[in-house]
Design a protein around this ligand. Structure first.
Ligand code: NAD
Length: 287
């Protein structure tokens, strides 16, 4: 039976450490603040945004929400971002995805100052990640890397196979694993013979968005399996991309859903807001 990687507990520990750091910053007159922009009325986004606001409150980060009409123009959205870029009190800007289809999310991300890009989605942040510079690492990949560190899972020379090539999970996670000296394969919807790849994985990461997609017969004996997926089953339960029941019998480590990667994503967002506040108030910052 696999060891369960308890993302929820690790996230709690990280948030407690961040609270101490946040209290210290406040004693120096620095009040970390996150601005969240949400466009339209997406129910799933509302849940994500609520969880972020709760985490901010726990740590003592000031949280500000901007709800924009579904019909807002790109220009007006970019104008708001530009205004927040220049608002000194705002340390981090988060644009909640998805956006309505008439808006170009990449254009909006491009408008966010990289110094306030706590989600790590701007071209500057992504470029720095690829080149190995100090940057904001996007929160889900960062959370997965923290789990490896906590459980002393060394990636050096390991075959890491990531299923999913999205800009927010698969691609940045591949860079993070490369930086940890892994040999990385990214699989996606056009990959031929997926199982041939997954069976070779010492570390298998699923970021697909399909409930229980990865089953036991796709996994090598003793592999570490990380489940990024968040899906709703037919019974309305939250389930991952990994069929936990069959995979836990084969894997050496496995993350549960819920309680695995999800809480880590929020913890690392909080980490990035604190980092932003510190960098923006450090006269010697080279960030
Ligand atoms: P996405 O839809 O942008 O990307 C999905 C990827 O899966 C694509 O690259 C696609 O090529 C690949 N894919 C789809 N079908 C496939 C198949 N049959 N075989 C192989 N590859 C296939 O999704 P995303 O934004 O990367 O999110 C992926 C999942 O992770 C979703 O369930 C999402 O809700 C979840 N997610 C969780 C967190 C978290 O904090 N835990 C954060 C972000 C996303």
């Amino acid at each position: 039976m696999a060891t369960i990687i308890e993302g929820k507990n690790l996230a709690k520990k990280i948030r407690e450490e961040l609270k101490v750091e946040c209290d210290q910053l406040k004693k120096q007159g620095i009040y970390p603040k996150l601005a969240v922009i949400m466009v339209g009325d997406n129910p799933a986004s509302k849940v994500y945004v609520k969880n972020k606001s709760k985490a901010c409150n726990q740590i003592g980060i000031t949280y500000e929400e901007y709800f924009l009409e579904e019909t807002i123009t790109q220009q007006k959205l970019n104008d708001l971002i530009e205004r927040l870029n220049h608002t000194k009190e705002v340390n981090g800007i988060l644009l909640q995805s998805p956006l309505p289809s008439h808006l170009d999310i990449n254009q909006a991300f491009k408008a966010i100052s990289y110094r306030k890009d706590v989600d790590g989605f701007t071209p500057s942040s992504v470029g720095k990640l690829v080149m190995g510079g100090d940057t904001f690492i996007s929160c889900t990949p960062y959370g997965v890397i923290k789990m490896f560190e906590e459980y002393k899972i060394d990636l050096t020379g390991k075959n890491v196979v990531i299923i999913g090539r999205s800009n927010i999970v698969g691609k940045p996670l591949a860079q993070c694993c490369l930086a940890k000296n892994a040999t990385v394969t990214i699989c996606h919807s056009r990959t031929k013979d997926l199982q041939e790849h997954t069976k070779r994985a010492d570390i298998l990461i699923a970021a697909i968005g399909k409930a229980n997609f990865v089953t036991g017969h796709m996994v090598k004996e003793g592999a570490v399996v990380i489940d990024v997926g968040i899906n709703r089953s037919q019974e309305g339960k939250i389930v991952g991309d990994v069929d936990f029941e069959s995979v836990e019998k084969i894997a050496s480590y496995i993350t549960p859903v819920p309680g695995g990667v999800g809480p880590m994503t929020i913890a690392m967002l909080m980490n990035n807001v604190i980092k932003a506040a510190k960098e923006q108030n450090n006269k010697n910052s080279t960030f």
